[in-house]
Design a protein around this ligand. Structure first.
Ligand SMILES: [Zn+2]
Length: 174
């Protein structure tokens, strides 16, 4: 099979503005772990922008979000490796971990059972961080949240099929 010859020419197809000050350093306040679910990506991004404007790492997205840090798996080790790099290169001080309602990574149909498991996992994440062998990981401030898009109390009471927007609540666990 014939291989493409690398072509060094590029075409600019978009231009985006960021504050000049932001571009002068790659320090960052926060490392973020959340699910790949596209329904929650914007809400979590907007929330992070309010918490640390222009000062948080692009999220590590993995199915289940914080679930990946609650279990002793290869994936957790990979995220820890990334986190260690972020601490060294960006000087991050906070770890933000998210789970969300009706997550395919959990696959627990009952919402209250799902939430119970998620909260248990979020506490497991903190235990794991606080007992980590590396000082700089142990010293992180961990903040844990549930992005809840299925809290009936805040959806429109007259739930019609024509409604255009749903609400996602960011609920802090600790
Ligand atoms: Zn998910």
């Amino acid at each position: 099979m014939q291989q493409d010859t690398p072509n060094t020419a590029t075409t600019t197809v978009g231009i985006f503005s960021v504050p000049h000050e932001r571009m002068q350093t790659h320090t960052s306040s926060a490392f973020v772990v959340s699910c790949i679910d596209p329904r929650f990506a914007d809400a979590i991004w907007e929330f992070m922008k309010k918490q640390h404007p222009y000062h948080f790492d692009a999220p590590v997205n993995t199915p289940g979000g914080a679930k990946a840090l609650a279990e002793d798996t290869v994936k957790r080790q990979e995220i820890y490796n990334d986190l260690t790099v972020a601490i060294a290169l960006h000087s991050v001080e906070y770890l933000y971990v998210f789970v969300h309602s009706q997550c395919g990574g959990y696959n627990i149909p009952d919402r209250s059972q799902e939430q119970q498991q998620q909260i248990a996992d979020l506490y497991q994440v903190r235990n794991s961080i606080k007992t980590h062998p590396q000082d700089q990981v142990r010293n992180l401030t961990v903040r844990a949240f549930i992005a809840d898009g299925h809290d009936d109390s805040i959806q429109q009471t007259n739930a019609s099929k024509t409604r255009q927007w749903d609400n996602i609540l960011i609920k802090q666990v600790y």
